[in-house]
Ligand binder design. Structure first.
Ligand code: GDP
Ligand code: MG
Length: 245
């Protein structure tokens, strides 16, 4: 039902306003197992104008895979860091190469589904939002598969972030953050690692952007499947919440 509603809303918005396209920024660090599959899924969306992949000095063969698939589609543009700098640094590198109307961040794993780009873009196309967050906890028919510890850590960080920003988000830590390009390119971003999620949220709130959340699909992975975020990153996020207050 929700998906049908989004499809209908998005189709109507596109008919009314013409086409709005996406720059997808994909930070990659040691994702050899999923990189080819996720790149194919991203490029299957006709909303994608360009896919900016930033390899953050992977050492597991991700780089070779990227070199092999780079020429398959002219929308793929790959950039590389010489040393591992972190997700936030990779997002900043990606941002300096974006050209489309809107920008979305896409992890290089298969936890999030590019089929949800439509839902993320619809409020921007309809000029109802400058920033759209894909929430894993808003009901859209599916229940997200996510480990208990991650779910509760996310909840805690989201509540604290809301307290400091005055927003009422349900999922501050989501990877699916979509921005009008000129909005995110105006932000003087500085966080190199996973603190970027908190920083983007705090800066969007400070700029008084119109922020909307939409429900998205999610299939969480564990550390055994390559998840990198951990306790230290949670503590760093906590530190950032108070730092940007
Ligand atoms: N560029 C870069 N990306 C990273 C680094 N660590 C993780 N990532 C990427 O950030 C994304 C998120 O990692 P993940 O462990 O799934 O955490 P999540 O935010 O909970 O989904 C993945 O695409 C990783 O490849 C890093 O040090 N540098
Ligand atoms: Mg992930």
């Amino acid at each position: 039902m929700y998906i049908e509603f989004v499809d209908h809303f998005c189709k109507k918005a596109i008919e009314e306003t013409g086409s709005v396209k996406l720059s997808v920024i994909m930070p990659v660090y040691n994702e050899a197992a999923s990189i080819e599959a996720i790149v194919a899924k991203v490029l299957a969306s006709d909303l994608v104008q360009e896919l900016i992949v930033v390899d953050d000095a992977s050492s597991d063969g991700s780089r070779d895979i990227l070199e092999r698939i780079e020429g398959r589609d002219e929308r793929i543009h790959c950039y590389r860091h010489r040393t591992n700098c972190g997700k936030g640094a990779a997002v900043r590198t990606g941002l300096s190469h974006c050209h489309a109307d809107a920008v979305v961040i896409q992890d290089a794993d298969l936890e999030y589904d590019p089929a949800d780009y439509k839902a993320l873009l619809a409020p921007i196309i309809a000029d109802k939002a400058d920033v759209v967050y894909g929430s894993r906890y808003l009901d859209h028919g599916n229940r997200p598969r996510q480990r208990w510890a991650y779910r509760w850590a996310n909840r805690l960080l989201t509540v604290l972030s809301n307290y400091c920003t005055g927003l009422a988000l349900t999922d501050m830590e989501t990877c699916y953050k979509c921005f009008r390009r000129e909005v995110i390119q105006q932000m003087p971003l500085e966080q190199d690692r996973f603190g970027i999620e908190v920083e983007l949220t705090a800066r969007a709130a400070r700029m008084e952007c119109r922020i909307i959340e939409v429900g998205i699909r999610y299939e969480g992975r564990g550390h055994d499947q390559g998840k990198k975020i951990g306790l230290i990153d949670g503590l760093e996020a906590l530190h950032c919440i108070f730092r940007y207050w």
